[in-house]
Design a protein around this ligand. Structure first.
Ligand code: ATP
Ligand code: MG
Length: 283
């Protein structure tokens, strides 16, 4: 039976679970225990701490998993990155006390740098020929400079608010991260087909994100103008209406362009504009 490892709680847990549910892999939330079988897909969900996910996939205990790219890079296990999942965005950065002058990476020579990501940190400085002293700590990395335990930190940043409230400033971004789907490098034929199906569904889900379905009535004589406003990628559907000289136009637009398009369409006399959510786009 194919197994997928996801974070049991934490920052990625809920979104991983929701993504699986959007692609038709559902587990009764009341039964969301350590190992749970999906009701409508031949897969079991393994709910773990995020640190353990790359390892269980490398060991083939779970054949696939959803985890931050930062954890994959830190653990260094042999797993295949199947696709990026467009959530859980963050970066791994170096930060120093805010009153310090920062002349560049040489600043860190011989300095104690607190982190939960010692492998990524040492690899980064080794490649640049700079000796540093890593201080490995599991959590609360941001308090180590004021506690006198370290001179600088290397940690996850998303908004930067935590750094500021601890009197630190971000000086270098070492890597950008987001949640990724990972897989064991060699899968059985049966598992490979199931993973392909999951990828196909994830692709459809991702294409439909941020898209709206737009319907409106347009006079035949302004059709050329209407088609110039609407996106060229998907040719709009044009259907004649019972009222003479009028057509119904249907198309898909990016949510970010929606209001600009609506304004332009109204300006050429479009009527009865309907905007609908798109659940899935299958290409
Ligand atoms: P666990 O108990 O599973 O070990 P954790 O405390 O190690 O959880 P979380 O804080 O839940 O981990 O973060 C999980 C992942 O979420 C991180 O590894 C990272 O990829 C991503 N992430 C995104 N934004 C942030 C952020 N602002 N702070 C921390 N992690 C973030
Ligand atoms: Mg963790």
């Amino acid at each position: 039976m194919l197994k997928i490892a996801i974070q049991n709680k934490g920052r990625l847990g809920e979104e991983s679970f929701n993504l699986l549910s959007r692609i038709g892999i559902e587990v009764d939330t009341a039964k969301r225990k350590y190992l749970a079988r999906a009701s409508n897909f031949p897969i079991e969900m393994l709910n773990l701490r995020d640190d353990d996910i790359p390892g269980v996939v490398a060991d083939n205990v779970a054949q696939i998993g959803i985890v931050g790219l930062n954890e994959v890079e830190e653990k260094g296990f042999d797993v295949r990155i199947v696709r990026k999942l467009h959530f859980g965005h963050c970066r791994l950065s170096l930060a120093i006390p805010k009153g310090e002058r920062y002349p560049g990476l040489d600043y860190f020579r011989g300095k104690r740098i607190a982190t939960s990501y010692p492998n990524i940190l040492t690899r980064f400085f080794k490649a640049r020929g700079i000796e540093i002293r890593p201080v490995v700590i599991a959590g609360s990395v941001e308090i180590t400079p004021s506690a006198g335990m370290a001179d600088a930190i290397f940690d996850i940043v998303s908004s930067g608010g935590t750094l500021v409230s601890n009197g630190l400033k971000e000086v270098e971004t070492v890597m950008e991260s987001e949640a990724v789907l990972i897989a064991h490098p060699t899968l059985s034929e049966e598992d490979r087909q199931l993973v392909e199906e999951i990828e196909f569904r994830m692709e459809s889900d991702s294409i439909s994100r941020g898209k709206k379905y737009l319907l409106m009535n347009i006079r035949q004589e302004v059709m050329t103008e209407a088609l110039a406003i609407l996106p060229a990628l998907s040719s709009p559907t044009v259907l004649p209406l019972a009222a003479k000289g009028w057509c119904s136009v249907h198309t898909v637009v990016d949510s970010s362009d929606l209001w600009v398009k609506v304004r332009q369409l109204k300006a050429i006399g479009a009527e009865g504009i309907l905007v609908l959510s798109v659940d899935k786009i299958i290409l």
